[in-house]
Design a binder for this molecule. Structure first.
Ligand SMILES: CC(C)(COP(=O)(O)OP(=O)(O)OC[C@H]1O[C@@H](n2cnc3c(N)ncnc32)[C@H](O)[C@@H]1OP(=O)(O)O)[C@@H](O)C(=O)NCCC(=O)NCCS
Length: 156
């Protein structure tokens, strides 16, 4: 199990160069809500994150393994592995100020590792066809498209 991983980003022009990836805890709820209230574009992935009041959605996700990337007291990226004991759906969200720094990739790798720790047989995700960043990210980690091209699968 990861305790936490410190990430030094490749963006030296920012003051947020040191970021930490770790498992989420109940204490993160306020910072997660703050990230999603400020997230753009809302509804980017099949209506997620919700356009308003992300609390209920986050409460539903809290039953599953959740990971966050933290910069100081701020959460800047979040991922969850929604498993049913055999397979799991992945969800990865990176705040717009922190994209293209490999945080999505680090989080998706962590979800794959978590699925292996839980001995799941496969993981999958679904997004809009025009969500090129997510589809390319998934492809770069070995996911294959499903019969529905909005879906991507990885057998473990
Ligand atoms: C999709 C998302 C999670 C990617 O996160 P990110 O941290 O910006 O992505 P990374 O920097 O880790 O990029 C990893 C790979 O993704 C792909 N990628 C990321 N951004 C891309 C872009 N704008 N255009 C094309 N490919 C892109 C590339 O293949 C990249 O690999 P490379 O560095 O070898 O080129 C982020 O854009 C996001 O939060 N989008 C809105 C929410 C969303 O749609 N989530 C998906 C829910 S399933």
């Amino acid at each position: 199990m990861i305790a936490q991983e410190t990430i030094t980003t490749t963006a030296p022009e920012t003051t947020d160069a040191v970021l930490t990836l770790r498992r989420a805890s109940p204490d993160d709820r306020g910072a997660l809500i703050a990230m999603y209230l400020d997230f753009e574009p809302k509804g980017a992935c099949l209506g997620l994150p919700p356009r308003k009041e992300p609390q209920l959605w986050l409460d539903n996700l809290s039953a599953f393994p959740n990971f966050v990337v933290v910069s100081g007291s701020r959460i800047v990226a979040h991922a969850a592995l929604c498993d049913d004991g055999e397979s799991a759906e992945v969800a990865v969200f990176v705040h717009q100020d922190f994209r293209n720094r490999c945080l999505g990739k680090r989080l998706l790798v962590e979800l794959i590792d978590e699925a292996r720790r839980k001995r799941l047989k496969r993981i999958w995700g679904m997004t809009e066809l025009d969500n090129v960043p997510m589809l390319r990210l998934a492809r770069s980690l070995g996911f294959s498209p499903g019969a529905d091209p909005r879906e991507f699968f990885l057998t473990l």
